[in-house]
Design a protein around this ligand. Structure first.
Ligand SMILES: [Zn+2]
Length: 160
């Protein structure tokens, strides 16, 4: 079956960056399942899987604009340590939910120097060109309820 609007698609993937480093893979796990057209996966991948079918193996290249976005320098900020109340040891790599004008944002601590903490609100994969090796395992039509909810139910999906 071909992937069309409102198809439920199960696929295996290996994600590498431009340097050829593997960033993520579904190998050894269940395939990833999504509802075509519902924005469950990044736009560049969803767009390029449209029209493919079960058994297809392909490489999909996704530019940052259709992936996790370009790096936005204004999302890197220096904040005083005092703004992390209740956290004793702040270290690079820690993640916090920050309240911003645009709503909650997940930020990662990138540097701690004295009383100054540098946080980065960019997605870890922002600015990266992504290469997906994709193997399409299964395609089926979504149920009316799945379309209504905008996600997949049952195997590989939501249970509720
Ligand atoms: Zn649901």
């Amino acid at each position: 079956m071909q992937i069309a609007q409102n198809s439920v698609v199960a696929f295996h993937y290996t994600l590498t960056n431009e340097a050829g480093e593997v960033l993520d893979s579904s190998e050894g796990r269940e395939p990833l399942t999504y509802l075509q057209g519902a924005g469950n996966i990044i736009p560049g991948l969803e767009r390029q899987l449209l029209g493919r079918q079960t058994g297809d193996k392909l490489t999909v290249k996704v530019e940052p604009a259709e992936g996790y976005g370009e790096i936005q320098p204004q999302l890197v900020q220096e904040v005083p340590r005092a703004s992390f109340q209740g956290v004793d040891d702040i270290a690079a790599g820690m993640q916090f939910q920050a309240q911003t004008q645009g709503g909650p944002l997940l930020v990662t601590v990138t540097k701690v120097e004295g009383d100054t903490v540098t946080v980065d609100g960019n997605h870890p994969l922002a600015g990266e060109v992504l290469n997906f090796e994709v193997s399409i395992e299964n395609v089926r039509e979504a149920s009316g309820e799945e379309v209504e909810h905008g996600h997949v139910h049952g195997e590989g999906g939501h249970h509720h």
